[in-house]
Design a protein around this ligand. Structure first.
Ligand SMILES: Cc1cc2nc3c(=O)[nH]c(=O)nc-3n(C[C@H](O)[C@H](O)[C@H](O)COP(=O)(O)OP(=O)(O)OC[C@H]3O[C@@H](n4cnc5c(N)ncnc54)[C@H](O)[C@@H]3O)c2cc1C
Length: 617
């Protein structure tokens, strides 16, 4: 029976008369799931797709509802082979059907025999190489967030499964690819996961049963000697494609005698989670947060349209994108930011001797903090350190960075610190280095990044008022946490003291305006930690680590990109006074919840049910 005949018959049976006469002979049959045309409907932007899909009986059941649970593999509405083939053709053959790389260390992957001793050995080596992860479309650098569904370190007897890995990934190379993927996910109600590097501390670029959208290959880069676009700024700038990573960008700009505000870690993507979450970095003391530098975003919105957001158009979006978090407002395909002239960069490296008396080490750590807060506050220093990473009682400060300063200036400014450390008899090494440009200093002195370990991170952002008043107590709490197995990464800097730093026209939490220190408290767990061990770690971190730090920093908060993902007060702690406005904008630009990430604005409307399926709250 033809579809139109069926409708007419059904209406007649229901006692209704059709408003529009139906010609059962001439009206073409609507496409079915066996037709490519059927699947092409799902590639349309929202404005075109909605009227059609509202009439498509197969999709009607979910499409008319404002929000329903996301469709997962195995569901009636999950596309079959033909459907995915249509998407593949639409994105120029760049649809990947990925398989977790660790499957070669497991006997089976959904019935396929996968174990291969040689490949497994190689894979286990790759696991600790972050660069390997960046070039893979689904593997996160912190594997805990893949839920060990296919870890190469796991027993080969346990079958490899998809778990939180995306089922399909569009390796996007054009705006059109991004639009097709967004439309497909929205129209079919499939969870969409945007992935740039997989660098996120909390594995936010993963999602069970999702379609992945990989931006890694957006490598456009355009320089402007003079920006003439919106925003009232007419200095130098660059437009950065969504796939650029920090160190590559620093190196490329060195060749042009320029710098920009980027992250401390080489592999962090520039235009994704980093800049949309705010973005602090070594040059923040001079220029502010990364997001303070933004002149324009280009993005694909949830409805599939490609737009610019800047000081003149889509102003709400422009505000929200500058600090309100990624995976929330759209898929950013490029960001245009201010650049600056390169500069002499000097830095000092301090390493405490680990064999001396523990009390002396901790007294030294307390003095170190008290002195370097002042350097950040008054002299635009950036301090990065690691505590406990290089073995018991290790405290390595690599580096104390002073962009724009000479070695002599750095030595003079650090002298009070060393005098005080010497006075307590601390054993340590220190050396000052100087470079003609920022990049050489960066590449020489900053610690490398890791991957592959099971690390659970939490963090607290302290304001100057807190560190000046409570330094002794804060360091005592560091010691308590350290004694309970936590190791630290510390950032001491004042992005809010830079001219225009943490601007009022961005959605960065205003607590950053008084930021003095952002320590990250990291807990290493065994790779095979089970649910009970994780539950205990979470409870312990919330109660014994986070709570005392919060008590020492009333009115402060944390940083979206480096937070405890299990923080029950995340809305307040991360977004602070900006929450209501951000939540209202989210409702406006993405009412169906196409974009989702844990602790992102809008995620409060979703819960995870069996199999990590997202369902409306
Ligand atoms: C070792 C390490 C060092 C770090 N150092 C710093 C630092 O110095 N300063 C700092 O501020 N932060 C730092 N971070 C935190 C960093 O900002 C976050 O991890 C950030 O989320 C990484 O972004 P990404 O796009 O590279 O990662 P991904 O894991 O690929 O993505 C992170 C989130 O952004 C979303 N996303 C990615 N691309 C896009 C896009 N184009 N459009 C929309 N959404 C997108 C993803 O869906 C996901 O939700 C560090 C993290 C680590 C692990």
């Amino acid at each position: 029976m033809r579809y139109s005949t069926f409708i007419a018959l059904a209406m007649a049976m229901a006692g209704l008369s059709a408003a529009i006469p139906v010609d059962p002979i001439t009206e073409p049959a609507p496409p079915t799931e066996q037709d490519e045309d059927y699947w092409k409907q799902f590639l349309l932007p929202e404005a075109e797709a909605t009227p059609i899909l509202n009439e498509t009986h197969v999709t009607k059941r979910f499409f008319n509802l404002p929000k329903t649970c996301k469709t997962m593999p195995g569901d009636l509405f999950w596309p079959g082979t033909l459907g995915w083939k249509v998407l593949d053709l639409a994105v120029g053959g760049r649809l990947i059907k990925p398989k977790p790389a660790g499957r070669v260390c497991h006997n089976s992957f959904y019935g396929e025999s996968t174990y291969n001793a040689a490949a497994c050995g190689q894979m286990q080596g790759n696991w600790y190489d972050p660069d390997w992860h960046f070039t893979d479309p689904i593997e996160p650098i912190w594997p805990a967030w893949a839920n060990f569904s296919c870890s190469p370190l796991d027993s080969r007897e346990n079958p490899c499964t998809y778990g939180k890995y995306s089922r399909y990934v569009v390796d996007a190379k054009s705006v059109s690819d991004v639009q097709k993927a967004v439309n497909w996910a929205r129209n079919l109600n499939i969870r969409l996961v945007v992935r740039n590097t997989g660098h996120d501390f909390m594995g936010k670029s993963m999602g069970a049963g999702s379609l992945g959208l990989w931006t890694h290959n957006f490598k456009d880069l355009v320089f402007y000697d003079k920006w003439t676009g919106p925003g009232g700024y007419n200095g130098q700038a660059m437009k950065v494609g969504a796939g650029w990573q920090t160190a590559d960008l620093y190196r490329t700009l060195k060749a042009k005698g320029k710098v920009f505000v980027g992250g401390e870690c080489a592999g962090v993507g520039f235009s994704g989670g980093y800049i949309q979450g705010g973005g602090h970095g070594p040059l923040s003391p001079l220029f502010g947060m990364a997001t303070d530098q933004v002149l324009e975003f280009e993005l694909v919105k949830a409805d599939g349209t490609f737009v610019k957001a800047n000081a003149n158009v889509n102003k709400d979006l422009f505000w929200a994108l500058r600090g309100g978090g990624a995976a929330t407002w759209g898929v950013v395909t490029s960001v245009t930011v201010k650049t600056f002239n390169d500069m002499t960069t000097s830095a000092n490296v301090v390493i405490f001797d680990t064999t001396q008396n523990e009390d002396t080490i901790w007294k030294g750590i307390e003095i170190f903090h008290a002195e370097t807060y002042k350097l950040a506050d008054e002299h635009k220093f950036y301090i990065y350190y690691e505590l406990g990473f290089a073995g018991p009682n290790s405290f390595r400060v690599k580096p104390i960075l002073a962009p724009g300063k000479t070695a002599a200036q750095v030595d003079a400014l650090l002298q009070p610190l060393f005098t005080k450390l010497n006075a307590i008899g601390l054993v340590y090494t220190q050396q000052t280095y100087t470079y003609t440009n920022f990049y050489d200093c960066y590449i020489d002195l900053f610690e490398g990044e890791g991957s592959g370990v099971t690390m659970y991170t939490s963090a607290r952002l302290f304001k100057f008022e807190h560190v000046y008043q409570n330094n002794t107590e804060i360091i005592q709490q560091f010691r308590n946490a350290y004694n309970q197995g936590h190791i630290f990464v510390g950032h001491i800097l004042a992005p809010g003291h830079a001219p225009g730093g943490v601007g009022a026209d961005t959605s960065v939490n205003p607590i950053f305006r008084d930021m003095a220190m952002l320590p990250l408290f990291n807990m290493l767990l065994p790779d095979n930690a089970g649910d009970a061990e994780w539950a205990a770690a979470i409870e312990h971190t919330l109660n014994d680590i986070d709570a005392p730090f919060q008590a020492l920093s009333p009115g402060a908060g944390t940083y979206l990109n480096e937070m405890n993902i299990f923080d029950p007060d995340w809305q307040q702690n991360v977004y602070g006074v900006n929450w209501n406005r951000l939540a209202a904008i989210k409702e406006q630009v993405d009412p169906r919840g196409v974009f989702y990430a844990e602790t992102a604005v809008g995620s409060q409307n979703w819960k995870k049910v069996a199999g990590d399926r997202l369902c409306p709250v």
